[in-house]
Design a protein around this ligand. Structure first.
Ligand code: SME
Length: 155
């Protein structure tokens, strides 16, 4: 996908999200996460899975709001898979080709590439935003920058 189109898509999502959150103030975390998932899945091209995983205790993530045709792995241990690694390191993970990734948990056969964004509040990871694509090398710094801006609405 060319970068101007990608930027345009994310700008639209940011615009829609800002208007939505201005209209409905003081929403809880679940409502904001669910709305972010819906906006991303329906406005950004080439996304097969969009969802949050929530930190539920010191060892596990549990699946939160998501959209996809698959059933997501419901629990992920800290450090395991790209989501668990994102939580453990507190850093964005980008996998251009999940088939060659050593630390990857497969939920389906469609996914080729993945990005995971940590949601960090007061230095502590609260949840991670996991996005899969059926295209190889779908994600780059532009996705990372915009997705980090988008999850800031949860903080
Ligand atoms: N691929 C993720 C697991 C979650 S599913 O993709 C929805 C991982 O490696 O942590």
């Amino acid at each position: 996908m060319n970068q101007p189109n990608k930027v345009q898509e994310y700008e639209k999502v940011l615009d829609l999200l800002e208007h939505f959150l201005k209209k409905y103030q003081n929403l809880g975390r679940n409502a904001i996460e669910t709305s972010i998932v819906s906006l991303l899945k329906n406005n950004i091209s080439g996304l097969f899975f969009v969802g949050f995983y929530e930190v539920i205790d010191e060892n596990y993530l549990e699946v939160g709001p998501y959209q996809s045709t698959i059933l997501a792995t419901p629990r992920i241990e800290k450090g395991k898979g790209q989501c668990g690694q994102c939580w453990a390191e507190g850093k964005v993970q980008i996998q251009e080709d999940v088939k060659v990734c050593q630390n990857y948990i497969a939920c389906d056969n469609e996914t080729q590439s993945e990005i995971v964004i940590p949601v960090i509040k007061n230095g502590v990871v609260q949840s991670v935003l996991d996005i899969d694509s059926e295209h190889l090398s779908r994600f780059d710094e532009v996705d990372s920058k915009y997705l980090q801006r988008i999850v800031e609405y949860l903080i």
